[in-house]
Ligand binder design. Structure first.
Ligand SMILES: [Zn+2]
Length: 315
């Protein structure tokens, strides 16, 4: 039995997870923005104790805990190096956690955890290598090979969201120009939708989002496209191409058996996203005998908890 902890900016979720990646029980608590890093880790340890108790499992039967962190972690050292939206900064996470709950603790970046979860218990089960791509504010990517996560030097690797797909393109939070995530993330899709709306005052997109650019969401263009709106269909065609650029590069470098697409956007109807993207990716792969499967990730909101727990199986 493992404990998987999904450390989010607004909520902390801990789950009791079995060997197969099935969640038996979950507990959550909201994040207090005033907590220090030490207080946050202490809360996570307490939440872990709570989820075991509520799930009727003795702590002696918990083999380990994994924590998925939205930032850079050094699992070897047991530290959270930095996080953009949380108080962690060279935080000795493992040491602090084990002061309150002395079990093995593994740390993973949230995108890597999503890859671990899909590999052990999701859409990539039985496949190797596995590339997981999460479409959200940015693009998170993770790689599993031979049952292990590939995380590069100092745990900082597989940041494919910063592949350059547009030389001298839009500025990115990383300091670079033209990174893939500026064109292929959910944020980018929203930006593309808004600018298409400004150029097309009669588009159904306006109706779908209640007449306000502020209300455009990742699903907006899919809703309008479903109703046959030409502008929305054009936006999606452009987005599918942008998405495929990074996926083609990943495919030609890594030769994954499967690429899983996750994040809210990935739940769109297959004919509006997954099918055309798969076709574009396969067209761009140079070895037609070894084309990757391109599938929707299957763990959804549970990816963080399951993936974090599965870190315990990857050492
Ligand atoms: Zn970047």
């Amino acid at each position: 039995m493992y404990i998987g902890i999904d450390v989010g900016g607004t909520n902390l979720v801990a789950g009791l997870v079995d060997q197969e990646g099935t969640i038996l029980h979950k507990s959550a608590c909201p994040v207090n923005r005033n907590w220090s890093a030490e207080e946050l880790v202490s809360q996570l340890a307490q939440l872990s104790v709570r989820v075991a108790q509520e799930g009727g499992v003795s702590l002696e039967d918990v083999e380990g805990a994994g924590a998925g962190i939205p930032g850079l972690v050094d699992n070897e050292a047991g530290t959270v190096v930095k996080t953009p939206n949380m108080p962690f900064r060279d935080t000795p996470f493992r040491e602090l956690f084990q002061r309150e709950l002395n079990i093995p603790v593994h740390l993973g970046n949230d995108a890597d955890c999503a890859a671990a979860g899909e590999y052990w218990a999701g859409a990539a089960k039985g496949c190797d290598p596995v590339v997981m791509v999460t479409l959200g504010t940015g693009i998170g990517t993770g790689l599993v090979r031979g049952g292990k996560l590939y995380t590069g030097l100092g745990g900082a690797g597989m940041e494919a969201g910063h592949l350059m797909t547009h030389p001298n393109g839009l500025p990115c939070g990383c300091g670079g120009l033209g990174c893939w995530e500026q064109y292929g993330s959910a944020t980018a899709l929203i930006r593309m939708t808004r600018s298409a709306m400004e150029a097309s005052p009669k588009s159904l997109l306006w109706e779908v989002c209640g007449g306000s650019l502020d209300r455009v969401e990742g699903r907006t263009p899919f809703q309008a496209a479903r109703a046959g709106d030409e502008t929305a269909l054009q936006v999606l065609e452009e987005y599918q191409k942008e998405l495929s650029y990074g996926l083609i590069s990943l495919s030609n470098i890594l030769f994954p058996e499967v690429i899983c697409l996750g994040g809210g956007v990935s739940s769109a109807d297959s004919d509006l996203l997954l099918d055309p993207v798969r076709e574009l990716v396969h067209r761009g792969c140079f070895d037609k005998d070894r084309l990757p499967k391109v599938v929707r990730a299957s763990l959804g909101n549970d990816a963080g908890v399951v993936g974090a727990a599965m870190l315990c199986r990857m050492i």
